[in-house]
Design a protein around this ligand. Structure first.
Ligand code: PLP
Length: 557
């Protein structure tokens, strides 16, 4: 049994008595070491940190009343400090609250009673039944708001916005295919002091002094990205996915050169050459399309087109393509027509990391991605490339197109890459796809046409026009029922891009909450319930209640 123990001057004597009496316990004594006046938070912080890190089993903190110590320790995540005066209370707080730090008021308890209380505390296990676990989870998750409680007074308007987002995440079923719900660790790094540093350049070669802390974070991010995806080189600085694509274009081609890419209305992305985007303005974009019958990529057609067009870059990867992409075949086409192979795996990066979609990295010259979609990291971009292009990519990103990198976000990317290397992430990625297939089948079984007839990944597209509604109206009705999707064009759409004929549905976020096929199927049916009678507000109300029930059982991280 390892216990970290600390006290201020008022608790020093009781601390000494406890250490002397309990020879069966391995104490880490963090001080203080005498009765000279000192500040209780200094010792509470030392003990609480050891408990939070799991370096010890429990903590003990003593001051005159015990109250200041408990207050200070309870500011740490996963620390639950309880002020106790007798064995019965100690036992109860272990059982019901999973308390892991015991506080004593030296003026309020004898050494003998304190030792008996400590023994009761360490020999009682926390209850792990559903009720108590749920309450402890809620206790820890209060941080989702309490982290920003300072803002409540400092800037109430922004606090209100954050609080509204917390509430929305807590109570709505998020099926936006390009979104996910980040882990607490990722959010912590993103909000950290690393944001204060200017670090133009790269680790070890910065323009400003004082970059050692951020160098460590960025180097870790680069190494982990390479390891996770098996890449030669990683540039972790692009501020977003569009910037990652811009970095590759800048490094490889000249304005006016030809890019062959999937058009936006067929599932491509703005930054793949849309006329309203820089990519469409600077480069000669030739769009390819999916087959009108199968609504899938037709690689033979693509090869034919590539041989005619002879693009400098053949770009694959999409924002709304529900099927697996054959990267090996695309490599063959690139070799044949002499194009560089760029894969933008923004949507499927998490599936690739978790082995639920074939990786483009062995085939492509360049792979770009966002880090915030299925990969579940912070909002940001990433470029992976073969060693021979490392220098060109790095100088294209800085100084080519960006100034100082966002080192706080880069640290959060590093955390995300590490999370994605864990065995649980493999299960997560596989579950996203299983959930997507289950939800897609439920919707299809209710008579809705699914674009391409199904899904291989984390998203599917429903043709709602076939049922006489627009994607815009369908999404609005679902939103009113607590289910968030987006309107989306479908291949060969006849509606305007503001109305669209389809909705796009993705399962990354609900899978993060721990939902499985049964819940996915239930949500599929909820979607159909709403769309079957799109103007029926009573149905929307009922579905919203079901959404509340579901989200209350599956908490966001
Ligand atoms: C989301 C996405 C991007 C980039 O998005 P940003 O909003 O710029 O981060 C790039 N490519 C594809 C295919 C995407 O889906």
């Amino acid at each position: 049994m390892k216990i970290a123990i600390g006290a201020d001057h008022g608790g020093f004597e009781l601390k000494s008595s406890i250490i002397k009496a309990c020879s069966n316990i391995m104490f880490t004594d963090v001080g203080c070491n005498g009765t000279e006046s000192c500040d209780y938070p200094d010792y509470a912080i030392k003990v609480a940190e050891k408990v939070a890190l799991g370096e010890v089993d429990f903590g003990v903190l003593i001051c005159r009343s015990g109250i200041g110590m408990a207050m200070a320790a309870n500011r740490f995540q996963n620390v639950r400090a309880a002020l106790c005066f007798d064995a019965a209370t100690a036992e109860q707080t272990r059982k019901h609250n999973g308390a892991n730090v015991l506080c004593f008021g030296a003026d309020k308890i004898t050494a003998e009673d304190a030792i008996a209380t400590l023994n009761a505390f360490i020999s009682t296990s926390a209850e792990t039944d559903e009720r108590h676990t749920r309450r402890q989870d809620k206790l820890e998750r209060a941080d989702r708001l309490s982290d920003f409680s300072g803002l409540a007074k400092y800037d109430p308007e922004i606090y209100a916005s954050i609080k509204a987002q917390v509430l929305q995440e807590d109570t709505e079923i998020n099926l936006i295919a390009s979104e996910n719900t980040s882990t607490r660790a990722v959010r912590e790094a993103a909000g950290s002091v690393l944001m204060n540093k200017y670090a133009e350049g790269y680790p070890g070669k910065r323009w400003y002094s004082g970059c050692i802390p951020v160098d460590t974070a960025e180097e870790l991010a680069r190494q982990r990205a390479c390891k996770l995806f098996g890449a030669d080189h990683a540039n972790v600085q692009p501020h977003c996915g569009s910037a990652a694509n811009m970095g590759v274009y800048l490094a490889t081609i000249k304005p006016g050169d030809t890019i062959l890419s999937l058009s936006l209305d067929q599932g491509g992305h703005l930054s793949h050459g849309s006329p309203v985007n820089f990519s469409g303005k600077l480069y000669n974009i030739v769009p390819y399309v999916v087959n009108k019958e199968t609504e899938c990529l037709d690689y033979d057609e693509l090869e034919k087109q590539a041989m005619e067009v002879k693009p400098k870059i053949l770009l694959s990867g999409a924002s709304a393509y529900p099927r697996a992409i054959d990267f090996k075949r695309i490599r063959e086409i690139c070799d044949k027509c002499g194009a560089l192979m760029l894969v933008d795996m923004a949507h499927i990066a998490g599936l690739v990391a978790g082995g639920a979609h074939e990786s483009p990295v062995p085939y492509a010259d360049f792979v770009t991605t966002t880090t915030h979609k299925t990969l579940r990291g912070p909002r940001g971009g990433l470029i992976l490339c073969k060693a021979e292009y490392a220098k060109a990519i790095d100088s294209a990103v800085f100084p080519g197109m960006q100034g100082g990198p966002l080192e706080n976000i880069i640290a959060a990317k590093a955390i995300c890459f590490r999370e994605a290397m864990q065995p649980e992430f493999k299960e997560y990625a596989a579950q996203i796809v299983k959930n997507c297939k289950a939800m897609c089948k439920a919707v299809a079984d209710r008579g809705y046409r699914i674009v391409s007839g199904g899904t291989d990944n984390h998203l599917f597209l429903v043709d709602v026009k076939q049922k006489g509604m627009t994607g815009k109206d369908a999404a609005a009705a679902l939103d009113n029922a607590g289910i968030v999707v987006n309107k989306n064009t479908i291949p060969y759409d006849t509606e305007s891009p503001f109305k669209c004929s389809g909705i796009r549905v993705g399962t990354a976020s609900i899978t993060t909450r721990g939902m499985k096929e049964a819940e996915a199927e239930q949500i599929g049916n909820m979607i159909a319930d709403v769309l079957d009678d799109i103007t029926n507000l009573e149905v929307q109300k009922q579905v919203k209640e079901k959404a509340r029930e579901l989200t209350a059982r599956f908490l966001v991280p």
